[in-house]
Design a protein around this ligand. Structure first.
Ligand code: ATP
Ligand code: MG
Ligand code: MG
Length: 411
């Protein structure tokens, strides 16, 4: 990677910091727009870092003027301004003091980010393209919310999932409706939001596939490269653990999940990595839950398991249109990622980290990643990846004290 094209990054939190950790050895310059003390800025220096909100249009234009390509840390950004810098361009001052207008590439495309921001629209689009999803219906707001919820309950039966269309993450924006007794809470918490209802999916497991997508300058898909399937475990709507390979799932189903994931990502726009969250239903169907157009929690274990092309390196390599490998075969037999979530007290997780440091196995390794964030209950403040040259069930036995300790922190 000899090219010195500058990548502009909106947002410099923990994902941005991990992207910068991958960028430094590759000599990729990144200019970040975020607050002065944003974690990513501590990892990577650039004289054109911008200070301020990554939602500030004027600051985004200013940053873009110093960049060749722009990307985002998370999808909750203003896509109008991304469309503007991409289609109309930004004013750039030349060395002789004159100004020109320069169009800036945006990856993944602002079209993808805009579609994905609205989970309902995202899945309507997928359904129209023939992608299998859980049945969903728009929900009326205001005074119409109660009758609308009653109608949905008779259509879907209980339970069903109430979801905010926008700004959800880690399950903030979801409410399981188990009976009419939940309607009051639904109205109090979701009454002012634009919502939809989703049929409850009685799944066997949840899994996820990260897919690398590249395209030519006309926007046609060039490559779709899937990572191995991982099983994701969510507790209270937050991902707590990730297993590679999934436990007790046949290679045929894993292959099907990779095919579904590549098919979905092929229907989006722009370069980069995309996480495809899926359900495996009790009767063996694969349903797409949602897409994240960026490196994702379920791909963190690629840092150690696919070390030659972690999801962060892949994000940079794809966006900058550099050579990618044919396949993404892991360098270990199995891997487990455990999220470190903040506990009731600020140091509740200390014993978990101490335990991780004390673990030893001749055929396994334990990697602690703390994000340097203030601990708050249920906040993702780090993760631990365990890799091994043994079947995943055996690795799980070795990792059990960590799994248990992470569980204890959350309670
Ligand atoms: P993320 O942090 O992944 O962006 P999110 O806030 O957008 O999450 P979802 O992915 O919609 O939320 O849901 C979070 C979790 O809730 C899922 O991973 C799954 O465990 C559960 N869930 C969501 N929808 C359903 C459903 N229809 N049926 C059963 N469980 C569901
Ligand atoms: Mg989501
Ligand atoms: Mg999700």
């Amino acid at each position: 990677m000899a090219s010195k094209r500058v990548l502009g990054l909106l947002g410099g939190g923990q994902l941005g910091a991990m992207l910068c950790e991958a960028a430094n050895p590759l000599n990729v310059p990144i200019a970040i727009l975020d607050a002065e003390n944003a974690p990513a800025k501590k990892i990577h220096y650039n004289k054109n870092h911008g200070t301020g909100s990554f939602k500030d249009a004027a600051k985004i234009r200013e940053l873009a003027a110093h960049c060749e390509v722009m990307t985002v840390e998370v999808e909750h950004v203003d896509t109008e301004i991304l469309e503007e810098i991409n289609t109309k361009g930004v004013q750039v001052t030349n060395a002789d003091g004159t100004t020109t207008t320069k169009k800036i590439a945006v990856h993944p495309s602002w079209k993808t980010i805009r579609l994905i921001q609205n989970k309902y629209d995202q899945k309507e689009y997928f359904a129209k393209q023939g992608v299998p999803i859980a049945e969903q219906v728009a929900l009326d707001g205001g005074d119409a919310m109660l009758p609308s919820m009653k109608e949905i309950s008779s259509k879907f039966g209980f339970p069903w999932m109430l979801k905010s269309r926008k700004d959800s993450y880690d399950g903030r924006g979801n409410l399981k409706i188990s009976s009419e007794a939940d309607f009051d809470q639904a109205i109090a918490e979701f009454g002012k939001l634009s919502c939809y209802a989703e049929k409850w999916v009685p799944f066997q497991i949840e899994f996820s596939v990260m897919v690398i997508r590249t395209e030519d300058d006309a926007g046609n898909t060039k490559r779709l490269i899937p990572y191995p399937v991982v099983e994701t475990v969510h507790e209270d709507n937050i991902c707590s653990k990730v297993y590679m390979p999934p436990r007790n799932i046949s290679p045929e189903i894993c292959k099907r999940a990779q095919d579904v994931a590549c098919n979905v990502v092929g229907k989006l726009w722009g370069r980069g990595v995309f996480a495809v969250e899926m359900f495996l239903t009790k009767n063996g169907n694969v349903l797409v839950n949602e897409i994240a157009p960026r490196p994702h929690n379920s791909g963190h274990l690629t840092i150690e398991s696919v070390p030659y092309m972690s999801q962060f390196k892949a994000q940079l390599t794809a966006i900058l249109d550099k050579p990618l490998p044919e396949t993404l075969k892991p360098h270990v037999q199995s891997s487990i990622m455990i999220n470190v979530l903040g506990g009731a007290t600020p140091d509740a997780h200390d014993s978990l980290i101490e335990k991780a440091e004390s673990m030893y196995h001749p055929d396994a390794a334990v990697y602690v990643h703390m994000y340097g964030k203030e601990s708050k209950p249920s906040r993702k403040i780090g993760h631990i990846t365990v890799t091994g040259f043994m079947p995943v069930a055996e690795l799980e036995k070795f990792a059990e004290p960590l799994i248990q300790s992470a569980q204890d922190v959350r309670q």
